[in-house]
Design a protein around this ligand. Structure first.
Ligand code: AMP
Length: 302
């Protein structure tokens, strides 16, 4: 099953206590697509500049990701730089250069028009919605990510896009900001009134929680001895989650729980190395083995 993602394809500079990389492939849509590609056929809608070369294309090609919706224009690609604190819990953004991303108007090639699974990465909610107007039939499922910037500056547009969204994936601060409610369960009810039936609250090293109006599910982050670069963990989580659902084609309590596990598995692999490196070389058997470890980690008898 095809899974379409719209979002940033970028170059990142990242500094963590484990090292420093001045320029590497990044962007939320890149992490999402590479993680999801282990489960589904992924189509990307994004914009890049002239600096996006065959080297970057090869990374996506290596995972059979469809880039026909990635527009290449004159200018530089989106560039983001960040530095992590000694304990990795805090991140300082050192630079955000929108470059060609500033004029991004998502355009879907005709071949993307039948995409049943769609993930609207963190971009202007009006642009997110424009993707939905370009697909020929109603998607089976739409997932959405957003951030404080859009919650504060374009609340009405975001509300409009949420009406067409089934799964909202944001962090706890964003959940509180969007709903004006501190308690996350009460906040979830407010989210349900906005459109989505499912809220996934990403909590970084504390894992993730899924709240549906009929059930809940919570999963820890996989305990790792060494986290080298946390960039893209949330996007990789979303990719693993949506990729699994697109592969299984059924959405119910059981498949949503399993999707949470695969989301956490992909998020945990992403942070083991700098950038997207670990997601590219990952084997199916490594994914399965870690999912089984998750099951052991969290199972208990009463
Ligand atoms: P995360 O660690 O999940 O927040 O994702 C980090 C990725 O998002 C990096 O690879 C950046 O290139 C990309 N990014 C950073 N800021 C933005 C933004 N304002 N809009 C879209 N993508 C961004």
């Amino acid at each position: 099953m095809s899974l379409l993602v719209v979002g940033s394809v970028a170059f990142d500079a990242v500094e963590t206590p484990f090292g420093k990389v001045d320029r590497m492939l990044g962007g939320a849509a890149s992490y999402f697509a590479l993680a999801a590609s282990h489960f589904a056929t992924v189509r990307v809608v994004a914009i890049v500049g002239e600096d996006f070369s065959n080297k970057e294309r090869a990374i996506f090609k290596g995972r059979k990701i469809d880039l026909s919706g990635v527009e290449q224009v004159a200018g530089k690609s989106f560039f983001w730089a960040g530095r992590y604190s000694q304990n990795m819990n805090e991140r300082t953004t050192l630079a955000t250069e929108l470059n060609v991303f500033a004029d991004f108007r998502p355009r879907l090639p005709a071949s993307y028009g039948d995409s049943p699974y769609i993930f609207l990465g963190n971009i202007d909610p009006t642009l997110q919605r424009s993707v939905l107007t370009q697909v020929r039939r109603k998607p089976a499922m739409v997932g959405l990510d957003t951030m404080n910037y859009w919650i504060e500056r374009t609340p009405a547009e975001l509300r409009e896009t949420l009406k067409q969204t089934q799964i909202l994936m944001i962090n706890d601060d964003e959940t509180r900001q969007l709903t004006g409610e501190h308690n996350l369960l009460r906040a979830a009810k407010r989210v349900f009134a906005m459109g989505p039936q499912t809220l996934i609250i990403k909590r970084g090293e504390h894992g993730a929680m899924l709240v549906h109006d009929k059930f809940m599910f919570s999963i820890p982050a996989f305990p790792l001895e060494e986290v080298r670069d946390p960039t893209g963990a949330g996007d990789s989580f979303a990719g693993g989650f949506m990729g699994y659902l697109a592969s299984i084609r059924r959405i119910n309590e059981q498949t949503l729980r399993t999707a949470m596990v695969y989301g956490s598995v992909l998020g945990s692999f992403a942070v083991e190395r700098f950038g997207v490196e670990r997601l590219c070389g990952l084997r199916r058997r490594e994914i399965t083995a870690r999912a089984k470890l998750f099951s052991k980690l969290t199972s208990f008898k009463l």
